[in-house]
Design a protein around this ligand. Structure first.
Ligand code: PLP
Length: 406
């Protein structure tokens, strides 16, 4: 079907509904941080509520058949990331996927795990714990914010050592909102017999066929971020020869099965997040299509980032809108005035200050001691949200910068 080119008018869905009205987001709050926690459309929530009601009406009718429903859902979900259901397992979130993988690995003393300075803190801490368990080391590959893809691969080439066994790298980085060339890094690693874990928490929905193009011995992505599934839904994908070493965090009756089937049964849990995931994918495909969603997010993100960057430019030395190589469709990075967001904790505090004081949901990040606003947009974002950010947040940000300087 031919669609009109994207417009900055509020998105209308095929059903005629304004996109904003298809999400239950509080109209009193400005929502410009989809990336951190996602947002679930009302129709998907209703479906999940109906499933929960079904479970409550007849626990015996529901729980003994969960595994079949979860298996069906993973077969329906995997193609969305370009994967096969037989290679995919549902886990509650990206952190769980990393834990499952780390738990399966054995290292020798003095082996080395490479991470990057763009990595997600919790996943990097997990790599450090893995290394500690075996007396191995973690080394950080420093990647300049504006490094092009080839440069990133070269940095990895230079970083590989005789004892490097594992690389942990993001397909889309959290604090810097850019892609890294994970497929090329995987190809390089394979030449040296090194394994690669691709943290693709942000990739499903933002990158078409994300697992197929992301590389890695193991790949995982959150379905509760950009695909808008209920929270507690992520997909782990692997064809690794040793994937039978992967065990769910909850070791239950599935234990007698192989990968991935053993992940379909995890005791008495609320599996409606997994079972509702295909409903979220179908909702956006039916109402707007995923291809057009990405195109619209890109247009909205460019427009909003320009507006916000122009407003903040007089107060920052460098170009306010960071000209990221390998950008993604739904996010942009805008510099904060000097002195703000020097650490992750300071950036997080600023987020809560703005939320409490002016009712705007934002995400601030910190990289190399400097602070950034990470703008996120989705179908429900409207130009008035950017205007509200400029009007309400910039004065607060300037006040905070003054306080930090004094
Ligand atoms: C790159 C990256 N990895 C891992 C995570 C953790 O995701 P979760 O909290 O769903 O486990 C995030 C969350 O934002 C992330 O951005």
């Amino acid at each position: 079907m031919q669609h009109p080119s994207p417009t900055l008018a509020p998105v209308r869905l095929a059903s005629g509904l304004r996109a904003r009205d298809a999400w239950p987001l509080d109209a009193e709050i400005v929502h410009l941080n989809h990336g951190s926690f996602g947002a679930v459309p009302t129709e998907v929530l209703r479906h999940q509520e109906a499933l929960r009601a079904e479970a409550d009406r007849s626990p015996v009718g529901w729980f003994p058949r969960i595994a079949e429903r979860v298996a069906e859902a993973r077969h329906a979900t995997a193609p969305f990331v370009g994967a096969h259901g037989d290679d995919s397992a549902f886990v509650p979130n990206a952190s769980a996927a990393a834990t499952v993988i780390y738990n399966s690995l054995r290292l020798e003393a003095d082996d080395e795990v490479l991470v990057t300075d763009h990595g997600y803190g919790a996943i990097t801490m997990g790599a450090a714990r893995l290394a500690r368990r075996f007396g191995a080391r973690v080394r950080t590959v420093r990647i300049p914010l504006l490094a092009e893809g080839d440069e990133v691969v070269d940095l990895f080439r230079q970083a590989l050592g005789a004892r490097t066994r594992l690389i942990v790298v993001d397909q889309i980085t959290s604090s810097t909102a850019r892609q890294l060339p994970t497929a090329q890094i995987t190809a390089l690693a394979r030449e040296h017999g090194i394994r690669v874990l691709v943290d693709a928490a942000h990739a499903p929905g933002l990158i078409a066929d994300a697992a197929a193009v992301g590389g890695g011995d193991w790949w995982f992505g959150n379905m509760h971020k950009w695909p808008c599934a209920p929270r507690g839904s992520a997909l782990l994908v692997t064809t690794a020869a040793d994937r039978q070493d992967l065990w769910p965090l909850i070791d239950s009756w599935g234990a007698s099965e192989g990968y991935p089937e053993r992940f379909d049964t995890q005791g008495t849990i609320d599996a409606t997040t997994y079972i509702s995931t295909p409903v979220a994918l179908d909702f956006i495909e039916r109402e707007y299509t995923w291809a057009r969603t990405r195109e619209t997010m890109r247009t909205l993100a460019d427009h909003g980032a320009r507006m916000i960057a122009d407003a903040v430019q007089p107060y920052v030395v460098d170009e306010a809108l960071v000209p990221l190589p390998m950008p993604v469709d739904g996010m942009r990075l805008i510099r904060l005035p000097d002195g703000l967001g020097k650490t992750r904790e300071e950036a997080d505090d600023l987020r809560m200050t703005l939320f409490d004081r002016v009712g705007v949901e934002t995400a601030f990040t910190s990289f190399e001691g400097r602070g950034y606003y990470r703008l996120s947009v989705h179908l429900y974002t409207e130009v008035s949200d950017f205007e509200a950010y400029v009007e309400r947040c910039i004065p607060e940000i300037l006040r905070a910068a003054e306080a930090a300087a004094s």
